[in-house]
Every structure is written in structure tokens, then in C-alpha cells.
Design a protein around this ligand. Structure first.
Ligand code: NAD
Length: 348
């Protein structure tokens, strides 16, 4: 099979971890007999430097034509001083590709339990998939400013909740069959619609999956006190933004985790959860594991190559088991060394 992958290296450590992810994808392609064509485009700050636009038309067209999009990271202090912002490119791309569901797996590798801020008995066995609604709610509602008064409108429609709930229930079927839907239904009208809709989708289409509801404030506590009690977590845009960052620290390093943003079409966007890490950019010390985990998600969700995705995930685990450690994990391996270890484990 032949696939086109749009590559957006972006800014800071983005190009370093992207190179690592592409080397692992190429290796997986050899082992699993896939043809992957990589087409690189300017994006974020790098694109602002070229043409004063974080999402140039040719980048958008390349992403729309691709089977999947891989992104390193965008942003940095260079573009914080006024003018167009790199992050606007990311919001624009998500909107243009209609990416309404963000998936973030949070899984602890046993060999890295000491890097978690939680006690070993609390963090043991944690394996959560956060499904966050990505294109609705407070971030996209009408914004107003009238002197000393400001407002942001939170809007959700039943259709928006239904489509992201389906993503969560389908994911649960492939995992441990449990969804926790998080809202603030005791206070917010949008949350009451959220809860009613999730209950309806569950009853009509997914009654084989277990469903429970939690309020966001108590969920924020329980994700720390008993993270092992969660399988799939389904929530709206703002709550998901906050809770997914809270969960990302559970596993020890932000450099370890990948993500997928999916829509109705095939061409999802896959990126590590970390930012452009300007403090370590250009030093070849970034941990590429999160980018490589995102590459595995690209194979699974966009190209439907689950065996290749699993092989990459096992290669990451085997490398960490074997003691491979970048600087964020107290080791001395460079970004390139870590990628080479993972490629060796993959054994193409
Ligand atoms: N999706 C994205 O591209 C994205 C996401 C978040 C932040 N950002 C942008 O990135 C820039 C920096 O943001 P920040 O500093 O808040 O977050 P960050 O994730 O870039 O960095 C936070 C800390 O984690 C470390 N870190 C991050 N990735 C790492 C890796 N792979 N290996 C080892 N250590 C790693 C950094 O060195 C830093 O100490 C900002 O401009 C922000 O807007 C972009």
C-alpha cells in the first residue's frame, strides 16, 4: 500500500523530533511492506519567517491532499512580540481539516515509575485514553470585550457531542470497555446537554460499553488519587485541555506522550503533546519518544496499519526497558541515539 504523509516539522525541537519519527516510520514501512511518501511543508513560526503566514496555502493544500499529517511542534519566544502567531496556524489547520476529536493516551511504562510524581502503588498500571472535543465550546464561541467587562460564549450542539462520544465509545470497545464522561452538569447548561446526549448515544449504540459520569472538579482530584480507575475519558474542549495536561505529568516526562486529532475524513493530525521546548532546541537532546508514539498513532488511526503501530509501541517499550534514557529521564542519549535504539528494536 502507498500513502502520502504531510510532514510539518515546525519550530524549536519540532524538526529534531520529526526527523526521529520519520526515521522510525521509514523503518516500519520497510518491515511491513508499506510505501510512505513524505512531503515536507513550512508551518508555524518557520512559515511566518518565510511568508508572514503560519499556515501558507500550499501547506494547507498539501495537508488536505495527504493521507495523514505529522507535526513536530510550533511556537517560541521569537514570535511572541506581536504579529502573526505560530499557534494560530495550528488552530487554523485543525479547523480546516475538521479535526473534532483529540486522543491522548497516558500510559505508564513500569521502568519509569520513579519519574512519576505519584507513589508507585498509585501510578501502577495506569493506562488512560483521553478523548477531548476539539472544535467547540468556550474556545470557539463568540468573544466580547466592553471596557472592563469581557465574555466568552460556550456553545455545544447535540451533533457535536454525538460525534465525539462515538469516537470515545468505539475506542473503549478496543480497550477495557469503559468510558467516563466528564462534565459540570450541576451548573452548566452545555454540560446538561452533553450528559443527556452521551446517555442517548450510549443507550442507542454502545450499551455493551460501561459508562459513568463525573463532575470535572471531583474528576480532577480522582485522576490524581486513583488514576488506575479510568479507561477512556470523554470530555469537552476546555475541561479536556486542562485534564489532559494534568494527566500528562503522571507518566514522568512530557517528552513521552503522543496524540492524534481526528475528524470525519481520513487525514488526521498526529503530534507529540509537548511544545517547541525553546530551552533545549538545537541541542539534539529532546526525547523523541512522544513524536515516535504519535507516528504509531498515525499508522493505527489514519492508515489502519495496526500491526505496524503495535510494533513501534513495543519498540519504544523495549528500548525503555533496556535502559535507553534521554536527558529528561536522567540519561545521556541524544534525540538521534534514542531514535536509533527504537529503530534497532523495531528490527526492519
Ligand atoms: N502543539 C504545539 O506545537 C505546542 C504545544 C504546547 C506549547 N507549544 C508552544 O511551545 C512553546 C514552548 O512552550 P512551553 O515551554 O510551555 O512547553 P514545552 O512543552 O515546549 O516545554 C515544557 C518543558 O518540557 C521540556 N520538554 C518539552 N518537550 C520535551 C522533549 N521532547 N524532551 C525533553 N524535554 C522536553 C522543555 O524543555 C521544557 O522544560 C510555546 O511557544 C508554546 O506556545 C506548542
Amino acid at each position: 500500500m502507498s500513502y502520502r504523509i504531510a510532514i510539518l516539522p515546525g519550530d524549536g525541537v519540532g524538526p529534531e523530533v520529526t526527523k526521529a519519527a520519520v526515521s522510525v516510520l521509514s523503518s516500519a514501512a520497510r518491515r511491513f511492506n508499506l510505501t510512505l511518501e513524505f512531503e515536507e511543508y513550512e508551518f508555524g513560526g518557520a512559515a511566518i519567517d518565510q511568508c508572514n503566514d503560519p499556515l501558507p496555502p500550499e501547506t494547507l493544500a498539501g495537508c488536505q491532499a495527504a493521507d495523514a499529517v505529522f507535526l513536530g511542534a510550533v511556537g517560541g519566544p521569537k514570535w511572541d512580540k506581536g504579529g502573526p502567531r505560530p499557534e494560530a496556524g495550528l488552530l487554523g489547520l485543525r479547523k480546516e481539516l475538521g479535526l473534532f476529536a483529540n486522543l491522548r493516551p497516558v500510559e505508564l511504562h513500569p521502568a519509569l515509575a520513579d519519574f512519576s510524581p505519584l507513589r508507585p502503588e498509585r501510578i501502577k498500571g495506569v493506562d488512560i485514553l483521553i478523548v477531548r472535543e476539539l472544535t467547540g465550546g468556550l474556545y470557539f464561541g463568540e468573544k466580547k470585550r466592553d471596557g472592563d467587562t469581557a465574555s466568552d460564549l460556550c456553545v455545544y450542539s447535540k451533533g457535536e457531542v454525538t460525534r465525539v462520544a462515538r469516537v470515545a465509545f468505539n475506542a473503549a470497545r478496543l480497550r477495557r470497555g469503559h468510558v467516563t464522561s466528564i462534565d459540570k452538569a450541576n451548573v452548566l447548561e452545555t454540560s446538561r446537554l452533553w450528559r443527556e446526549t452521551v446517555i442517548e448515544v450510549h443507550a442507542n449504540e454502545f450499551s455493551d460499553v460501561e459508562l459513568r459520569h463525573e463532575l470535572v472538579d471531583s474528576a480532577a482530584m480522582k485522576l490524581i488519587t486513583s488514576p488506575g480507575s479510568y479507561d477512556v475519558v470523554l470530555t469537552e474542549n476546555l475541561f479536556g485541555d486542562i485534564l489532559s495536561d494534568e494527566c500528562s505529568v503522571l507518566t514522568g516526562s512530557i517528552g513521552l506522550l503522543g496524540s492524534a486529532s481526528l475528524g470525519a475524513g481520513a487525514n488526521g493530525l498526529f503530534e507529540p503533546i509537548h511544545g517547541s521546548a525553546p530551552d533545549i532546541a538545537g541541542q539534539n537532546v529532546a526525547n523523541p519518544a512522544g513524536a515516535i508514539a504519535s507516528a504509531a498513532m498515525l499508522l493505527r488511526y489514519a492508515l489502519k496499519q495496526d500491526a505496524a503501530a503495535k510494533a513501534i509501541e513495543q519498540a519504544i517499550f523495549a528500548s525503555l526497558d533496556g535502559g535507553a534514557r534521554t536527558r529528561d529521564l536522567g540519561g545521556e542519549l541524544s534525540c538521534t541515539d534514542m531514535a536509533e535504539q527504537i529503530v534497532r528494536q523495531l528490527g526492519s
